[in-house]
Design a binder for this molecule. Structure first.
Ligand code: G1P
Length: 293
């Protein structure tokens, strides 16, 4: 029986040290790009793909994520009294109808593989998505990255990794795959390595923060030893899964902003600012004047 992708796992327990001091007490996932937190862009991408259960794997200092996806009675009441209907609509839109939010604590930061394993009781025996909120992906001319990935899953009924070409000098920041071409944007994964040095990398095709995985991944993670960085790596579990099942790499359409890095975050802020209804004209003028200085 073909199963639909209804659940998405969001590992959000990471410490966000690259954004200290901003992330001392507030989660990196709550950093805003213009006026919306990173995590909300990713939840919207998941919901647009037909996902109705969002599973956050959280840690200490991450409680505001839970609050963000909960009803804010006082604020709603205040906005109602002041007649701020537009803002009220925006606020209510954070929690789409018929979407459930599940929160699971990852007691120790043992790596991405371990974080995904923490979701096992909530995912059960069905295929599911994993979304890393550091990677903000915009597809201005068509459907979102997760929607495209779900289509790939529906066609192929196997795990699908979102990939893109990166600078060959930067392979040590990513899981890197070697593939056999199936179609111009889809390849069968033959090899996957976590963060290889450029001289060891089998290609420059990098896994970004979008995955669709079959539930067989859980038992692979359970038997995965600590790998790169002393962590239980999702990449290593996927390498084990490939012995039993086909895994595909999909070059999605859209632009990725690495919001786990300061430069990627600033790029996203500028580009989303230039598209923002309320700001775009003033912001464009401001940038033009700044460039002329
Ligand atoms: C993780 C994964 C890596 C992947 C990357 C995408 O690394 O381990 O395979 O390429 O996300 O963003 P991290 O960025 O958490 O170090």
């Amino acid at each position: 029986m073909n199963q639909k992708i209804k659940k998405a796992v969001f590992p959000v327990a990471g410490l966000g040290t690259r954004f200290l001091p901003a992330t001392k007490v507030s989660p990196k996932e709550m950093l805003p790009v213009v006026d919306k937190p990173l995590i909300q862009y990713c939840v919207e991408e998941a919901v647009a793909a037909g996902i109705d259960t969002i599973i956050f794997i959280t840690g200490r200092t991450k409680n505001v994520i839970m609050d963000h996806f909960d009803k804010a009675y006082e604020l709603e009441n205040e906005l109602t009294i002041r007649g701020k209907t537009g803002l009220l609509k925006t606020l209510k839109g954070i929690i789409p109808p018929n979407v459930s939010f599940v929160f699971i604590r990852q007691p120790e930061a043992l790596g991405l593989g371990h974080a995904v394993l923490c979701a096992k009781p909530a995912v059960g025996d069905e295929p599911f998505a994993v979304i890393l909120a550091d990677d903000l992906i915009a597809n201005r001319s068509g459907s979102g990255c997760m929607t495209q990935m779900v289509q790939q899953y529906d066609q192929n009924q196997c795990s699908v990794l979102g990939v893109e070409r990166v600078d060959p000098q930067e392979t040590d920041k990513y899981g890197i795959v070697k593939t056999t071409e199936v179609s111009p944007s889809v390849g069968k994964v033959d090899l996957i390595i976590e963060k290889p040095a450029p001289e060891r990398a089998p290609s420059n095709l990098a896994v970004v923060g979008r995955y669709i995985l079959t539930p067989a991944i859980f038992e692979k993670i359970e038997t995965t030893e600590r790998g790169a960085g002393g962590e239980i790596q999702l990449t290593d579990a996927i390498a084990a899964l490939m012995h039993d099942e086909q895994v595909l790499a999909y070059e999605f359409e859209g632009k990725r902003y690495d919001c786990g890095s300061k430069i990627g975050y600033l790029q996203a802020t500028v580009e989303f600012g230039l598209e923002h209804e309320e700001l775009k004209d003033d912001f464009r003028d401001y940038l033009k004047n700044l460039a002329l200085d």
